[in-house]
Design a protein around this ligand. Structure first.
Ligand code: GCO
Length: 452
């Protein structure tokens, strides 16, 4: 191991292993008046959709507090910052004219990062679809894939000289199945058949976007998935677990690997769709080779017999998996505020599953973090981050090509349908005043970052 490794608190992190933090546009930016309407604005406006009724404003008021937040990133000493570009902020109706003020905002963000020696990592789509496009069917409409690629081309053209690394989509599973199957996320549709088509169109859009960006000379392009290890809680749950794994993980990995939609998936969803939206000639686009792949890891899915577990865990129920057989989800042991089981070793399983599906592709862990009750004293967050970074380093030592790790998240923020009720930040944010207060975990991460 290099002599320049970071050694801190029992962790030894190789010098060339990047450490950063991540955020997303709708969750932090606020200033909805300064951009086009997003699907999430409309979804959040419907009572009952967001737990505490919170909407896009003010979120963390990041647009108005940009300099302060850039200074916080510099204070932490991160190598890289992963943010997302709000499609409706730069293209208010999703196509055609750009918003000058929208581009200006991200210019200031990107230039401010570079001035502070922080590597900009941009995600093009972290779930905030322009409302105009959502009204035309959003990801259920194949045309959206082509519009997304044009947006990607425009962003690559504008920012390609300064953004180091690009992700097309963040967690297409959430967009497709939370959005169009369970309806827990925008656009709130509950049409399992349509959600399968949305999943396909998302990966098509991703492939078209990669090609469009390469066209204008931009490199270091990837996609961020949330591969979740699916574990049968008892031997009689193997078949059900295979189905959940198929919908959670393999449908995306197979498309990206050029395997199309597997016979197993076609079979297990045959009551919902005849898959006629799958076109052979799409295969090359769907499986366009990426330069890297991202993994957002939080927990595992433990699949148990129906009724075996009463624990309510956000993000774990049968409504989210098209054609799901009756099962229950059985998180065990230490649970986070989301009801997610803390399983650091699960990260290694997830990384192996990715490495097997897409061999040799460099991997970044693009999100990892824990929701805890609101407090600036968060020892559980420190132990969570530490245990997962340890696993990431161990995975790398085992031969998987892991290049870096982003903690989720810089700030407490709008946790989607949970609003302000779930706190993932290393920096506490008062939702009333916007005041930022670093938590103990932020100081711990800073010390790790500075230990080189
Ligand atoms: C994600 C999410 C984040 C969430 C985090 C916690 O990509 O899953 O992008 O936006 O806030 O995962 O649920």
């Amino acid at each position: 191991m290099s002599s320049h490794a970071r050694n801190f608190d029992g962790l030894s992190v190789p010098a060339d292993f990047e450490l950063g933090v991540a955020t997303s546009s709708w969750q932090i930016e606020g200033d909805s008046a300064g951009r086009g309407v997003a699907n999430w604005d409309e979804f959040a406006a419907i009572p009952g959709n967001v737990a505490d009724g919170a909407g896009a404003d003010p979120a963390c008021d990041h647009v108005n507090r940009l300099e302060e937040d850039l200074d916080l990133l510099a204070w932490l000493g991160v190598d890289a910052y992963r943010f997302s570009i709000s499609w409706p902020r730069v293209m208010p109706t999703g196509t055609g004219a750009h918003s000058k003020s929208g581009l200006d905002f991200y210019d200031r963000l990107v230039d401010g990062l570079i001035a502070r020696n922080i590597k900009p990592v941009a995600t093009l789509f972290h779930w905030d679809t322009p409302a105009v496009i959502e009204h035309e069917g959003g990801w259920s409409n194949r045309e959206t894939a082509y519009k997304f690629a044009e947006y990607a081309r425009a962003m690559a053209t504008h920012f390609g000289d300064r953004v180091d690394q690009w992700a097309t989509l963040n967690e297409p599973w959430c967009s497709a199945f939370l959005g169009y199957c369970a309806g827990y996320f925008a656009p709130g549709r509950t049409e399992p058949d349509v959600s399968l088509e949305a999943a396909y169109n998302l990966i098509l859009g991703h492939g078209l976007a990669i090609n469009a960006m390469r066209d204008v000379g931009v490199t270091n392009l990837g996609i961020v998935l949330n591969i979740i290890p699916c574990l049968a809680d008892s031997p009689d749950m193997e078949r059900q677990t295979e189905h959940v794994d198929g919908m959670q993980n393999r449908i995306f990995l197979d498309l990206l690997a050029g395997k199309g939609v597997s016979q197993l998936t076609r079979q297990s969803c045959k009551e919902l769709t005849d898959w006629s939206f799958v076109r052979d000639e799409d295969n090359a686009v769907l499986s366009t080779k990426t330069d890297w792949i991202g993994e957002n890891y939080y927990s595992v899915n433990r699949i148990a017999a129906p009724g075996a577990s009463e624990i309510v865990s956000i993000g774990q129920d049968t409504a989210m998996f098209p054609a799901c057989p009756p099962v229950s989800f059985a998180p065990r042991g230490e649970l986070t505020d989301m009801g997610w089981e803390v399983v650091p070793e699960g990260l290694l399983f997830a990384l192996k599953q990715i490495d097997e599906a897409l061999p040799g592709t460099p991997i970044w862990i693009c999100e990892n973090g824990i929701a805890l009750p609101d407090s600036a004293h968060d020892p559980k967050r420190i132990s969570y981050l530490k245990a997962h970074i340890e696993q990431a380093v161990a995975a790398r030592e085992s031969g998987i090509d892991i290049r870096g790790y982003f903690a989720w998240s810089l700030l407490d923020n709008l946790e989607w349908a949970s609003g302000w009720t779930k706190k993932f930040g290393m920096i506490q944010v008062d939702p009333q005043t916007g005041k930022r207060t670093p938590k103990d975990s932020a100081r711990w991460y800073k010390a790790l970052l500075n230990s080189r």
